[in-house]
Design a protein around this ligand. Structure first.
Ligand SMILES: Cc1cc2nc3c(=O)[nH]c(=O)nc-3n(C[C@H](O)[C@H](O)[C@H](O)COP(=O)(O)O)c2cc1C
Length: 321
């Protein structure tokens, strides 16, 4: 477990404010604070709610769903590494009927904006999910997961291909009347081009980073450790890379950014917002400290008070000034 940080860094010589504004508006989604979760790290309907009320967060992003039942990747699926997690879960998913009768009902009852993440192997599968989810009328937005290991399941790798990403987002935008967020792959060479393409296609916001591809090999057996062989790296180890990518996209596109990648506490949230994120998601840290989010919300408020900042929105992009 992490020690709770004490928000003291911002104190020197600042004008204290009593109750700073924590609310943000991102792509028309009103959040009471900028903190949310990375899809897939908080279950299908806020499963961590035994620790605190998920409604304390600004928004909930449940795990990515498909339009068909999928068991996910072979075990082992996760492996702890220094500074993070190596994983390849493979997006296990219920079919649509089970989602409707179980998860959707719980999500509908929650009093916070829910942004549902969807994926498909083809453009048609994505668009079908966008239509079905929009028709439910319970989501504040939809996140297109364009950044998972799709190829092995017979699909396109949309997040690395600006033309495919643009075509897909255009169709998704047309198929829905709620905000569409494109979650991009953390790929140094294609990121800016793909980001511009999805912005041009009508995406209302971009979420990044998803976990970059990675591999771990057991030195004794000299074989890959996880069942899928290739996985992804998440957690504190990827934070500087993620902050750089947020920084880069803040200068590249005009749509707002959901930032994530290795966030562990309020200090990281401030860092992501200064780089250009309007909302910040907590991911792998939820497995280490399920109370990290409520702590960070409180600490962020205290940080603003001590820094004399009236409005959390003033943090966004402040590192570029
Ligand atoms: C076990 C696990 C499962 C994940 N599942 C999904 C998912 O279903 N959809 C998705 O868009 N991202 C998924 N992610 C990526 C996270 O949402 C997040 O983008 C990434 O882990 C970086 O943030 P972090 O370092 O704070 O975990 C998953 C990550 C982990 C560790």
């Amino acid at each position: 477990m992490l020690d709770s940080p004490t928000p003291v860094e911002a104190t020197s010589g600042s004008r204290a404010v009593k109750s700073p504004n924590l609310a943000i508006d991102i792509a028309g989604i009103r959040m009471k604070n900028p903190i949310t979760v990375g899809s897939g790290t908080y279950g299908h309907h806020g499963n961590f709610s035994q620790f605190f009320s998920v409604e304390e967060m600004g928004a909930l992003v449940p795990k990515t769903i498909r339009n068909y039942r999928w068991p996910g990747n072979p075990a082992p699926r996760v492996h702890e590494v220094t500074g993070g997690l190596h994983s390849s879960v493979g997006i296990p998913s219920n079919d649509w009927e089970t989602f409707i009768s179980k998860d959707a009902q719980i999500l509908e009852s929650l009093e916070l904006p829910v942004i549902q993440s969807v994926i498909g192997r083809t453009e048609d599968e994505y668009v079908e999910m966008v239509e079905k989810c929009s028709d439910l009328g319970i989501f504040a937005g939809l996140e297109l997961n364009l950044s998972c290991l799709n190829l092995k399941q017979g699909g396109l790798d949309f997040g690395y291909d600006p033309i495919a990403a643009e075509k897909l987002v255009k169709r998704a935008r047309k198929a829905s009347n709620i905000p569409i967020i494109a979650k991009l792959a953390p790929d140094y060479s294609s990121l800016a081009t793909v980001a511009k393409a999805v912005e041009g296609a009508g995406a209302d916001a971009i979420a990044l980073v998803n976990a970059p591809r990675a591999m771990c090999i057991d030195y004794k057996t000299r074989r890959p450790i996880i069942g899928n062989k290739i996985g992804a790296l998440s957690g504190a180890a990827i934070k500087p890379m993620a902050v750089y990518m947020i920084w880069q996209l803040y200068q590249t596109v005009n749509i707002p950014l959901f930032g994530m990648g290795g966030v562990t506490d309020y200090r990281d949230a401030v860092e992501f917002m200064a780089a250009g994120a309007r909302s910040v998601a907590f991911g792998t840290i939820n497995y280490v400290d399920p109370m990290a989010i409520p702590k960070a919300i409180k600490d962020l408020e205290q940080y603003l008070v001590e820094a004399g900042i009236d409005d959390v929105n003033d943090l966004v992009g402040s590192a570029h000034l």
